[in-house]
Design a protein around this ligand. Structure first.
Ligand SMILES: Cc1cc2nc3c(=O)[nH]c(=O)nc-3n(C[C@H](O)[C@H](O)[C@H](O)COP(=O)(O)OP(=O)(O)OC[C@H]3O[C@@H](n4cnc5c(N)ncnc54)[C@H](O)[C@@H]3O)c2cc1C
Length: 375
């Protein structure tokens, strides 16, 4: 083992919770090091920030209030409404600087999905917000992860007079193309011209529902160009992973952090010991870091921070077995704060709270670790 390198604050995990925590620490003026090891769930993230969603209520805030009364271990019991709002504000600002406007109507909105259903979400990219009353689903014949007829069939009852049109994408031969690869086609101006001329020949009505593949960099400009050329509003609908909207979020945070934050890529933490000593593996060698505070945002079962064990879940870094994830506010080692989907006692796919919990607990952990006040 090599010598110990001393750091002030170390964030482990470059998913949504770890990235949010690092931005907050950056703003607090802390000397922060991010141990990044891939995009985590952002590779799947559909792009809309769910706080809490249900058919029964439109305001996630009242739902969160009820949860705090009934489910005392839920991660939202560890954050106030003000802290959640602040985390969302920072998220909007980071994405806004990257060129992606996120909007909220103050309550949940129901958004179309790629399987022809609708799901509630709270803070959504402007380019995903359905507006108007007439819609056309645009099918891309060579894109396997977007079945126009399925979407059309499912959404007909919600969007009356919903039309379907099908086009062949220019120069795309492979049926194995994924969403991120297709997004790269949309970044090419010449290719877009051909795409537009093909679509112009179609009978189009109202707003156009297209898969969320409309570029990564320069996404909003691409959508604006399509809308101006076609004379129709264009609405992105999240499709299967790998996710173009998730990649935009990752790039937006990295763009914000890179100029003045130490980001160490491909670093995997093997263990943390008392006194906040971290054993870290990088390709080819092992290191030992010491820190005054650590934020552990390893992402639970999907991110790799937890693995199933005989009698619960084992934390892959602390080596401790817990029942169903960490309870918010736990500090298994002094100075170690846990955030994001490492936390248990909530069911984000069911209650639609994934990004809401990741962002707000990432924010809270950073405020505690940084001991600061975010203006
Ligand atoms: C298909 C899908 C679609 C989704 N869509 C939505 C949506 O539309 N809206 C919404 O609100 N939520 C959505 N979610 C949920 C949301 O994406 C997650 O809840 C959230 O991103 C979790 O963030 P996290 O930072 O806690 O974990 P993760 O994103 O999993 O990040 C964990 C990070 O920790 C790293 N890590 C783990 N172990 C170590 C280690 N030992 N050393 C170093 N690094 C380590 C991982 O590599 C990763 O970088 C979706 C999830 C999925 C799977």
């Amino acid at each position: 083992m090599d010598r110990t390198i001393q750091k002030e604050v170390v964030v482990i995990g470059s998913g949504m919770a770890g990235l949010m925590a690092t931005v907050v620490l950056q703003e607090l003026g802390k000397d922060v090091t991010l141990l990044a090891n891939g995009m985590g769930s952002l590779a799947h993230f559909s792009g809309t920030v769910d706080l809490l969603g249900s058919e029964e209520f439109m305001s996630p805030w009242s739902g969160i209030g009820n949860l705090r009364d009934t489910e005392r271990q839920h991660p939202y019991t560890s954050v106030t409404d003000e802290e959640i709002s602040k985390a969302l504000e920072i998220y909007q600002e980071v994405l806004g600087k990257y060129g992606i406007e996120y909007v909220t109507l103050g309550s949940n909105v129901f958004l179309p999905t790629a399987i022809g259903t609708r799901k509630p979400s709270y803070l959504v990219p402007k380019t995903m917000l359905p507006q108007g009353k007439d819609y056309t689903v645009v099918d891309f014949t060579q894109f396997r992860d977007w079945k126009g007829s399925l979407i059309h069939k499912g959404l007909r009852e919600h969007y009356h007079g919903l039309e379907l049109c099908s086009i062949e994408l220019p120069h795309v031969k492979s049926l194995t193309l994924d969403a991120v690869s297709l997004a790269r086609y949309f970044e090419k101006a010449e290719w877009r011209k051909e795409f537009i001329s093909i679509l112009r020949k179609q009978k189009l009505k109202g707003s156009l529902l297209m898969p969320a593949v409309l570029g990564i960099r320069g996404h909003e400009e691409i959508v604006a160009e399509l809308e101006a050329a076609l004379g129709h509003q264009v609405i992105e609908v999240p499709t299967l992973p790998p996710s173009a909207p998730g990649r935009r979020v990752y790039e937006a945070f990295m763009q914000r952090l890179k100029p003045n934050i130490e980001i160490l890529y491909n670093n995997r933490v093997l263990g943390i010991e008392e006194g906040l000593k971290l054993r870290v593996s990088r390709p080819g060698r092992q290191w030992c870091y010491g820190a005054k505070s650590v934020i552990w945002a390893g992402g639970g079962l999907l991110g790799g921070g937890l693995v199933p064990a005989k009698d619960g879940l084992r934390d892959t870094v602390l080596g401790i077995t817990i029942t169903e994830g960490w309870q918010a506010g736990s500090q298994p080692i002094k100075g170690l704060y846990i955030a994001g989907s490492q936390l248990g006692y909530y069911d984000w796919p069911l209650e639609k709270s994934g990004a809401g919990v990741a962002l707000s607990t990432g924010y809270k952990a950073a405020m505690l670790a940084g001991g600061g006040y975010y203006e």
